[in-house]
Design a binder for this molecule. Structure first.
Ligand SMILES: [Zn+2]
Ligand SMILES: [Zn+2]
Length: 249
């Protein structure tokens, strides 16, 4: 009932204050209920092609491959997670929107982004096997400065849609590290050593965990966050991100 009232109020608000599409160059009113990206711009987003990427780490490979391709790095030294999937390529308009979502409190984009995450998770993973959805946590210092964790907004919305628990307490970022985006691949790995800890191992052991972040580049943050979960006895760790950025960005 409460949901019904909320929906009616939202529909009324849409009539009184029609929303303009979040894609700056668009300018059209939004035609998707309770969303902020219009259907034309949503369909034109840079959807990530699942073929042509390693099924474990998601790194693109030059030629189109079958769905079961595993890259050499993952074959020789398997990362602590079993799968990674991303909804979009991190480029153009999307980059602007994600930066606003991440740094400028554009939390109103959560449901639009959750639509994309839900789509890729349902298409590429067995979502019914997921026990809990974990956001990649921020260090408390950074969370205090920023005021929120954008990965947690996505994880909460996705968990609700999948009918699963969003667990924001069992994995913690225990070391504050310099910004990953300023570093190269090897420095990223070094920078993240021991940055995360599974602080409630009983909530991890034997579980299938879906780890959520907004953007992945080299996968080093996902690997560093997944490692203590694997060590605490997680049955399976899968990762899903809104977007994948090219390695050299
Ligand atoms: Zn639009
Ligand atoms: Zn790989």
């Amino acid at each position: 009932m409460r949901d019904c009232v909320r929906k009616s109020l939202n529909a009324l608000a849409d009539l009184v204050w029609p929303r303009t599409c979040a894609v700056e160059a668009c300018g059209r009113p939004v035609d998707r209920p309770q969303r902020h990206i219009c259907s034309a711009c949503f369909a034109a987003l840079p959807f990530h092609e699942p073929g042509g990427a390693c099924r474990v780490c998601g790194t693109p490979v030059p030629a189109k491959t079958t769905h079961a391709f595993v890259c050499e790095a993952c074959a020789t030294r398997p990362p602590p997670y079993a799968r990674t999937c991303s909804a979009l390529d991190y480029e153009g308009t999307l980059e602007e929107m994600v930066k606003n979502f991440k740094y400028n409190r554009a939390s109103w984009l959560t449901e639009d982004f959750a639509d994309l995450l839900e789509g890729v998770v349902r298409a590429q993973l067995d979502s019914s096997a997921v026990d809990a959805v974990f956001p990649v946590p921020l260090h408390p210092n950074r969370q205090r400065t920023r005021g929120y964790n954008q990965a947690a907004l996505l994880a909460r919305a996705l968990a609700r849609r999948l009918g699963r628990r969003c667990d924001e307490k069992s994995l913690a970022r225990v070391r504050d590290t310099p910004k990953q985006s300023l570093l190269g691949r090897d420095e990223r790995l070094q920078n993240l050593k021991g940055a995360f800890s599974a602080v409630r191992p009983s909530f991890v052991r034997g579980r299938t965990i879906l780890l959520i972040d907004d953007v992945t580049t080299t996968g080093s943050t996902l690997a560093a966050a997944a490692e203590p979960l694997r060590d605490a006895g997680a049955a399976r760790i899968w990762c899903a991100t809104l977007a994948r950025a090219p390695h050299d960005s």
